[in-house]
Design a protein around this ligand. Sequence first.
Ligand code: ATP
Length: 237
Amino acid sequence: MWCLVTVISADSISSLPSLALFGGTFNPVHHGHLRMALEVAETIGVESMRLVPAARPPHRAQPLISVEHRLAMLRLAVKGDPMLSVDDRELARAGLSFTIDTVASVRDEVGPDVSICLCMGVDAYSELHRWHRWRELSDYVHIVIITRPGWRLNEAPELIQWREQRQLKKSTDLSSSAAGSCLLLELTSLTISSTHIRQLVASGLSPRYLLPDPVYHYMQEHGLYTSLQENNHDTGN
Ligand code: ATP
């Protein structure tokens, strides 16, 4: 009996419950985001994947479409998927949406014994060294960097050193600790971008099938992205 108890507790230490966070402006959310979120969640073996819309992104122009519209479209996109959910905590905070505040708040919510993976595309990662208090991110979460086949990482020298000190070889190691590691994950992404969708709509062309139908209908119903002005934002990350 004692022996059985010991085995169970050792196993639970080696594999923590886990969740993943995937941030973005989602202006609008599309099948590239959703496919990536699902593939990452399955590959790293997390129980849930939260999509976190940036309310007021610090490193790019404020989207002209309101965050309430972006959030509503995101909710429609994940509806009915048990793996994906929307985390709207950045809307509740005043000021710029710094990721460090988001991950600290998620850590507060779930406690110290949950593995949290902050997932980001390689485009977002290449700007990480410009993020507010970026070195502290790994105090709260693991960082999962999603690369594409044949893609070369374009990293600032301080990022290379920081990443290499934390780099894991396999995704299963992510659940053996709550935070502190980096993983490079190579996945094939769909060549869809929100920019392209906004451009299509502003040119009077249909973005249908690049994004979920309920999102497409929401955009139509609210007349989103039809003006060039709405389309003409977002430079840099
Ligand atoms: P925009 O065109 O306005 O820059 P976007 O389509 O790149 O938008 P974001 O909301 O800025 O979308 O991206 C959020 C996250 O989703 C980033 O980490 C980005 O790397 C990732 N991402 C964006 N498009 C894709 C895609 N087609 N496949 C996989 N990941 C994607």
